[in-house]
Design a protein around this ligand. Structure first.
Ligand code: HEC
Ligand code: HEC
Ligand code: HEC
Ligand code: HEC
Length: 133
């Protein structure tokens, strides 16, 4: 293989890897939590400073009303195992019946809690978009 071929091979591989990483299915809750490192939070900032829309949804949900804070599902932002996308086991701590049903009911195959309950609203059944939208 001459060096031009080698470069083309490398380029092809790079493009392939890029597509494999970039073109992933939309985020969906996984069985296992996805761990990330959260950026450092400046003194005085709260979660709502940067995640206003999510904060407002959460604030209006039964979780806020029952003291289920951001950190209950996501962990502390400074922790090594901070969960960017909490897994099923997070919900299982408090909703073991629903998680058991999700795992056993054939109708639930391939679904996760957030397939039907929009994350942070967690109140009513997610409605289908009206026709034409
Ligand atoms: C009851 C558990 C729960 C609580 C409480 C919760 N979250 Fe989440 N959050 C989730 C789940 C589950 C996902 C992943 C959704 C998915 O996989 O599509 C998520 C995803 C996220 C994401 C990344 C995806 C996105 O929608 O942008 C952010 C940012 C986030 N949460 C911020 C917050 C903040 C800020 C709070 C508090 C105001 C909060 N969460 C409270 C369960 C929770
Ligand atoms: C100074 C701004 C800032 C503050 C304050 C902040 N975040 Fe974030 N957060 C970000 C940015 C930037 C990202 C990465 C981009 C994104 O997903 O929105 C992020 C991402 C996240 C994610 C998603 C990680 C993923 O895998 O997608 C979660 C969950 C989250 N933050 C929770 C929190 C919680 C809980 C608090 C309060 C304790 C908080 N954040 C405070 C800026 C902030
Ligand atoms: C620390 C305990 C706790 C955790 C963790 C938790 N929840 Fe909840 N959840 C509650 C409480 C308390 C309520 C309000 C009382 C109720 O309806 O059971 C609630 C309510 C709900 C509701 C609304 C039920 C209704 O009455 O309409 C949904 C949907 C829900 N949770 C989904 C989830 C999902 C999905 C997860 C995981 C991402 C999760 N919860 C994690 C405690 C928790
Ligand atoms: C296939 C869609 C679907 C999936 C997947 C799903 N749910 Fe539900 N869930 C519903 C519907 C529909 C209701 C009933 C809402 C109502 O009666 O207003 C409900 C109700 C609930 C309630 C209220 C109490 C109850 O049993 O009526 C909780 C809590 C809840 N779900 C949590 C979860 C959790 C946690 C998961 C993931 C393990 C999950 N759900 C997965 C559709 C779903």
């Amino acid at each position: 293989m001459n060096s031009f071929c080698a470069r083309m091979f490398g380029l092809t591989l790079f493009v392939f890897l890029f597509l494999a990483i970039a073109v992933q299915p939309a985020i969906a809750q996984q069985e296992q939590a996805t761990h990330v490192f959260h950026r450092l939070i400046p003194a005085g900032d709260t979660c709502a400073t940067c995640h206003k829309a999510i904060y407002d949804q959460w604030k209006a949900s039964p979780h806020a009303a029952n003291g289920v804070e951001c950190t209950v599902c996501h962990g502390e932002t400074t922790a090594k195992d901070f969960a960017g996308l909490p897994g099923l086991s997070t919900c299982e701590n408090c909703h073991s019946d629903q998680v058991a049903q999700l795992k056993s009911d054939p109708f639930m195959k391939g679904k996760t809690c957030v397939s039907c309950h929009e994350a942070h609203i967690f109140v009513e059944h997610k409605k289908a978009a009206p026709a034409g939208e």
